[in-house]
Ligand binder design. Structure first.
Ligand SMILES: Nc1ncnc2c1ncn2[C@@H]1O[C@H](COP(=O)(O)OP(=O)(O)O)[C@@H](O)[C@H]1O
Ligand SMILES: O=P(O)(O)O[C@H]1O[C@H](CO)[C@@H](O[C@H]2O[C@H](CO)[C@@H](O)[C@H](O)[C@H]2O)[C@H](O)[C@H]1O
Length: 464
């Protein structure tokens, strides 16, 4: 049976209707004005079944365009389980003698996902798309695929609980930092990341385009956020015990996590270089820009703008510090506790920054501040009313838990790095404040009832 695949313009019209409904589409609050095809590469073309690797630029009224990867598959009678992934149909007649198939998100189709594995194992080149594996890694094409259930900014597929393929949805020109840093860490033999197996890349406008990354799947792992939250919950249940006395005390894990992060930083510095210099004017200017932008969105920040700027100005005169490639968006959800060690994942950096910005060297203190903020979140998020903190006993215990685990994390970091991040207190405070300001904007946009959490931190930091 010959399939009549949609024309480029029909496909763009279908995508314009479908994209705003997707979890990973970050243009939901903008008015979409056009979808333009940038890449449409056949992946599979058999009797009655086809798949394509598609990249589009999405344009918006009065805003910059965004680029997305959308693997698409085509079947005339797809199994019912695939129908929720279908694009809206257009009322177009098929070419005589052909059948018009249903178009759907190919990442939901096991046959397409199996095909990725074969293409990787054979290091295929399909038009402008190349499938690559790290020297020495063998791929078992018999592994069965399943999509990972989590709500994510990208789409991940697990193969036989052994491999994880992460398809990047939002694309930008240039190598994706997640791949770049995993490659550097693989070269250094770092034990605290999931080993890199391969990647899928293309080229557009003369620039590389990272489409996907394949890593070992860390089986039987728990993520740091869930472990930390369990520990806090148990502390709240045991009204008479201190954090150190509860069975799920997290401090040992926090210390080991600090050690793991220090190893990752040391390996990144060894592989990609580091410098020791005065705090750069660009760093402080970046913090100020973020503060000004946040003040326009969050009134609680506008009220504290002058005091916040003073924290950044103080950091500008801090002693020389180390600058190198870092994780860039570190929090407890980016750490997996594998049976034998902590594994740090998702080196893409902060989603609000461009890839060029995320690839700039920065202070390791940014990552440390990210994790310390996460301990603050874990300690306080379950208090029922953030704004009044009615339960002063719980508030006291949340603070105790946060301080205990933040200290343990820094102790662990210092034991490996040889320098204690707390010694650079002015700069660390500035990174903590910068992160809390970022979080306030994030919460306003995504979880408004969590806003008091970063706002309380901002208030605390500026009070000194
Ligand atoms: N190598 C891995 N092994 C096991 N699970 C993983 C691995 N990498 C990621 N995950 C799981 O997938 C989730 C999303 O991964 P992440 O890299 O943060 O994707 P995204 O950028 O889409 O948020 C993580 O929270 C974790 O549960
Ligand atoms: O999804 P990403 O990993 O890119 O991160 C974004 O979402 C995070 C929330 O899921 C957000 O993190 C904030 O909330 C966490 C608890 O849910 C907390 O552990 C973090 O410390 C806090 O920053 C993150 O900021 C945002 O970029």
């Amino acid at each position: 049976m010959t399939l009549s695949l949609p024309t480029d313009s029909d496909l763009c019209a279908q995508l314009a209707l479908w994209l705003p409904e997707q979890r990973w589409f970050s243009g939901k609050s903008l008015t979409l004005s056009a979808v333009r095809l940038r890449l449409r590469e056949p992946l599979i073309d058999t009797d009655g079944f086809a798949a394509e690797q598609v990249v589009v630029d999405v344009e918006f009224a009065g805003g910059p365009a965004q680029r997305y990867q959308i693997p698409l598959a085509y079947r005339v009678h797809p199994p019912e389980a695939l129908l929720p992934f279908a694009l809206p149909e257009l009322d177009v007649d098929p070419v005589p003698g052909t059948e018009r198939p249903v178009v759907y998100d190919a990442t939901a189709d096991q046959e397409v996902n199996d095909h990725y594995l074969t293409a990787l194992a054979e290091q295929q080149t399909l038009g402008s798309i190349t499938f690559r594996t790290v020297a020495g890694s063998a791929i078992d094409t018999a592994l069965r695929s399943r999509p990972i259930g989590a709500e994510q900014s990208n789409t991940s597929i697990v193969y036989g609980e052994q491999l994880l393929l992460k398809l990047f949805r939002r694309l930008e020109p240039g190598i994706n930092p997640d791949l770049e840093l995993h490659r550097a860490l693989a070269d250094s033999g770092c034990e605290h990341v999931a080993p890199l197996i391969g990647w899928i890349e293309s080229e557009l406008d003369g620039e590389p385009l990272t489409l996907a990354m394949v890593q070992e799947f860390v089986a039987n792992a728990a993520d740091g956020w869930s472990l930390a939250v369990n520990s806090v919950r148990d502390l709240f249940v045991e009204a008479d015990l201190h954090a150190a006395e509860v069975g799920t005390d997290f401090a040992g894990e926090a210390q080991r996590l600090g050690e793991a992060v220090a190893h990752v930083h040391a390996d990144l510095a060894r592989q990609l270089g580091s410098t020791h210099a005065a705090v750069s004017a660009d760093t402080i200017a970046g913090m100020t820009r973020r503060l000004d932008a946040a003040a326009a969105i969050v009134p609680e920040i506008a009220d504290r703008r002058v005091a916040a700027q003073a924290v950044f100005d103080k950091a500008a005169t801090a002693a020389p510090t180390t600058v190198q490639r870092i994780h860039g968006d570190l929090h407890l959800g980016q750490a997996l506790r594998a049976p034998s060690r902590w594994i740090v994942i998702d080196f893409e950096g902060e989603p609000v920054k461009t890839i060029a910005e995320r690839r700039l060297p920065d202070s390791p203190l940014r990552d440390i501040a990210g994790m310390l903020r996460s301990f603050d979140y874990a300690g306080h998020h379950s208090l029922t009313d953030f704004s009044t903190m009615q339960d002063s006993q719980r508030e006291f215990r949340a603070k105790e838990w946060t301080t205990r685990n933040g200290s343990a994390f820094c102790d662990g970091y210092a034991s490996v790095a040889g320098t204690d991040p707390r010694a650079e207190s002015d700069l660390l405070e500035a990174y903590l404040l910068d992160k809390a300001i970022y979080e306030a904007v994030y919460e306003v946009r995504h979880r408004p009832n969590w806003l008091p959490l970063p706002v309380k931190a901002i208030t605390r930091i500026i009070a000194g």
